[in-house]
Design a protein around this ligand. Sequence first.
Ligand SMILES: [Cu+2]
Length: 455
Amino acid sequence: MNRRQFFTHSGVGLLGAGLISRAAAAALPEAASADSAATQIPVAPPNGRPFHPVITLNGWSLPWRMKNSVKEFHLIAEPVVREIAPGMVAHLWGYNGQSPGPTIEVVEGDRVRVFVTNKLPEPTTIHWHGQILPNGMDGVGGLTQPQIPPGKTYVYEFIARHAGTYMYHPHADEMVQMAMGMMGFWVTHPKDPNTMRVDRDFVFLTNAYDIEPGAYTPKVNTMLDFNLWTWNSRAFPGIDPLVCRLGDKVRIRMGNLTMTNHPIHLHGHRFVVAGTDGGWIAPAARWPEVTVDIAVGQMRAIEFTADNPGDWAFHCHKAHHTMNAMGHQVPTMIGVDQQKVAEKISRLIPGYMTMGSTGMSEMSQMQMPLPPNTLPMMTGEGPYGPIEMGGMFSVVKVRRDQKPGDYSDPGWYQQPPGTQAYEWLGELQPAPRAAAGRARPGDMEMRVKRNGHAH
Ligand SMILES: [Cu+2]
């Protein structure tokens, strides 16, 4: 299937298609569960105060119930199976069927009650990163509450005091539980739904896993050398495009719960950094960027007008973070003539193959057999060949004829004639070079003083 078919077939546009009712105990709100990694199209809130919902990349928002004016949610911490990209699934821990957990959306001033049921084999808690709340609701195991034992349900209740963007994650055996994928987004919308109104409001978390090719479960002791760099536990080409209508005002909120920073870069547009997990930045204090570095434990909200039609790359600028498993430990072979060596080795190991003597690009074209359940190092097929990217990479697709509220993949951008890089077919002149050993413009004479004497 191509990406467009994948997008269509995976249930986008059918809110509820991926939601399975989970028999809830009488007093508990129903815990909806998602069984696919498809992006669920946001719908207007059915009750409570109005807001303009966000769109969670390859994710969804958790339904709630209103009970005596309290907004009640039910999170289930549990083992999940997450498709990282077509061809690879990971056995992670998450919430309500997926990793990351569903996005929680409330309105400034809402009283919120979250039931948390622990179906993990070990104790957990939930910390509500960035929220101003009573100390006992902060979810730090051992410090502000006992850990939630396996099989038990705890209740968190507080008022969502400030509009903004927050995250949730365990504060119990964090190294293991976060390396296993336990995290989620929380958006508190402003009281007035027209405050800071945008047309498209995307959210995702950066996360990283160390899963050996062929394996399913992350190695939880890895500190820095991860081999899968993901957005919402998806790696390119598994990350859906961010589809926009020409002229849309767009916001992208990105949280970082990995072990390193991610400089996220957008092509073709200039954006402003409009908010952090500490709140919104006053308009006069926002600064222009094309790359925003998101440190560990930070959230950044960027805003721009999608005024440049095309397929614009959007990715982490750390080159290793736009690659998938395989290849991180391959030695650099650029410039090495491997042919003679290969001939000798082939006599011992039939089918031996050399790699990388002209760079690594050739690897994206190889039909190399991979172990089951792994992703090629770089992949993703574009209209002009392999895109040679993996990991934290997606495409912001800006189209004039995209309908408002339509997030479906419009396919690849058609370059208008005369606006695309082209091959030079004329003659090549020898490049003029500066002669060595002669003074060039800009050279200057310097007099050096040593010990007070001129030399
Ligand atoms: Cu990165």
